[in-house]
Design a protein around this ligand. Structure first.
Ligand code: ZN
Length: 106
């Protein structure tokens, strides 16, 4: 199992999983229960995480995620719901606390 990214939104995380599984990437939602602990542990340590089952799928999963967020960006370009990672310049949903691509805080 390899961590792909963390979202703060379980619905969005499920949307990403549905997208990846539609592209034959086996993945799982982890850590979903921890959102109930928000306030007790740092914000960036909570929230659902998406893990890819097979390490060999990880690169393809990242490419698909890039494609997924590019589509989101086009859909939401006038709604200010995306932001660029200052570290790697990837597009992230505005509510992401950690970049899905480079895993750094944004
Ligand atoms: Zn980044």
């Amino acid at each position: 199992m390899n961590k792909l990214c963390r979202s703060t939104d379980a619905i969005e995380a499920q949307g990403i999983i549905d997208f990846l599984e539609a592209n034959n990437i086996e993945c799982q939602l982890m850590n979903n229960f921890l959102s109930g602990a928000l306030g007790d542990i740092p914000f960036t340590d909570t929230g659902p995480e998406i893990w890819v089952s097979n390490e060999t799928d990880l690169i393809l999963a990242k490419q698909l995620l890039h494609q997924y967020f590019q589509t989101q960006k086009l859909n939401e370009i006038n709604q200010d719901k995306t932001r660029l990672c200052p570290h790697c310049q990837e597009t992230n949903p505005a509510h992401f606390a950690t970049c899905w691509s480079c895993q750094k805080d944004i």
